[in-house]
Design a protein around this ligand. Structure first.
Ligand code: BGC
Length: 386
């Protein structure tokens, strides 16, 4: 038996755009539906979690999980610059209250990749006052998190946002594999946004941001290249979390780096529906690195999971990842919780086929079907042990 610390949070995570459906005022929706869109599939009705969140929350609580991480959508709450939709803010407050009524600790993400169309039209994270605009939104959102919310993630995977902006930069170097180099000015603006948002949130909640970790592996003799690849992508964002209440670690796979940059998984590696290597040890690597680089900021695993149609493999993956996580705790890393990505089979940013969910969702009836992996994780949560 591997027992986890008392009060360890066991949860599942989702984001607004990937589950709610009809997030029509967001930049991503606009890109999905553009005539010349490069995005293969649209989000449409999503999982209709906008209306069905009580069912989602009840299912998670019934499984034995103790927490739910979900995102709020800036584009619904502030659909036009300076216009606050009180009704939409109330909607998200009801989600918080639904969690509390079901005995789940809510963890709220303020920004999970999407911004309102008006913000995008201003240049998004390139705008010189993007940080202030986000801080203003945080202020608007305060009533959602004021009572009963202990955990707030400001920005989800700022490093991936910066990479996306890096990819859009016409002067960017060609990418060997995977992500473009993070856009430096955007990276810095995101740090400013995070800091301002934390100030707005104040001491009443625990706030932090969540970093996509890559478990970077250098090919022999390429240690320097790997370090140069890794720093602007990962350590830069972990350093910015020093002094925060927690740092969110999100881990899925590893990345090999050779002379010319990142490399695809080895030909003989098992890969998942996203094409990533099956590599559950990535979680412990990401956690140790976050703990080291932040200088001992408490860690929450805010995302970890696998895109697979083979649910038994999801259990294997999660068991291995949690075994590694338990080792980090035994070594002395202060880990406060584990959130599986994802609660639902949801919209994987352009595609529906990579199924990450503990719960399947019928795309037309929206019927939810609990998978064996969800029951398995619920049992782990109930026992607080592997
Ligand atoms: C993101 C999620 C995404 C998941 C799997 C993370 O990058 O936060 O939105 O669905 O990983 O790709």
């Amino acid at each position: 038996m591997r027992t986890f610390p008392p009060g360890f949070l066991w949860g599942a995570a989702t984001s607004g755009h990937q589950t709610e459906g009809n997030n029509v005022n967001s930049d991503y929706w606009q890109r999905e539906y553009a005539v010349d869109s490069e995005i293969p599939e649209v989000s449409g009705d999503g999982c209709d979690s906008f209306h069905r969140y009580p069912e989602d929350i009840e299912l998670l609580a019934g499984l034995g999980l103790t927490s739910y991480r979900f995102g709020i959508e800036w584009s619904r709450i502030e659909p036009e610059r300076g216009h606050v939709s009180i009704a939409m803010r109330d909607h998200y407050r009801r989600m918080v209250e639904c969690c509390l009524a079901n005995g789940l600790t809510p963890m709220v993400t303020l920004n999970h990749f999407t911004v309102p169309r008006w913000m995008d039209a201003l240049g998004g994270w390139h705008h010189k006052h993007a940080a202030e605009l986000f801080a203003r939104f945080t202020e608007i959102a305060l009533p959602i998190v004021r009572d009963g919310v202990e955990w707030v993630c400001t920005i989800n995977e700022p490093n991936i946002i910066a990479c996306r902006e890096g990819a859009a930069d016409p002067s960017a170097e060609p990418v060997t594999y995977g992500m473009a180099r993070p856009h430096l000015a955007v990276s810095k603006e995101l740090v400013r946004a995070h800091r301002l948002a934390r100030e707005v949130l104040g001491g009443g909640v625990r706030s932090g941001w969540t970093v996509a970790t890559q478990a970077i592996h250098a090919l022999p003799g390429c240690e320097q290249e790997a370090a140069e690849y890794s720093y602007p992508l990962e350590e830069f964002f972990l350093e910015a979390a020093r002094g925060d209440d927690f740092v969110g670690v999100q881990a899925y796979t590893r990345t090999f780096v050779g002379r010319a940059g990142a490399l695809p998984p080895p030909a003989d590696a098992e890969t998942t529906l996203t094409g990533w290597e099956y590599f559950p040890a990535a979680l412990a690597i990401g956690v140790r690195n976050a703990w080291k680089v932040t200088g001992g900021v408490p860690v929450v695993v805010t995302e970890n999971g696998i895109a697979t149609a083979d649910d038994a493999r999801r259990i294997d993956y999660t068991r291995e990842a949690l075994t590694g996580l338990h080792e980090t705790i035994a070594e002395g890393v202060d880990v406060r919780g584990y959130y599986h990505w994802s609660a639902l089979d949801n919209y994987e940013w352009g595609r529906w086929s990579p199924t990450f969910g503990l719960i399947a969702v019928d795309r037309t009836s929206f019927e939810r079907t609990v998978k064996p992996s969800a029951k398995w994780l619920g049992e782990v949560a109930r026992a607080n042990a592997l």
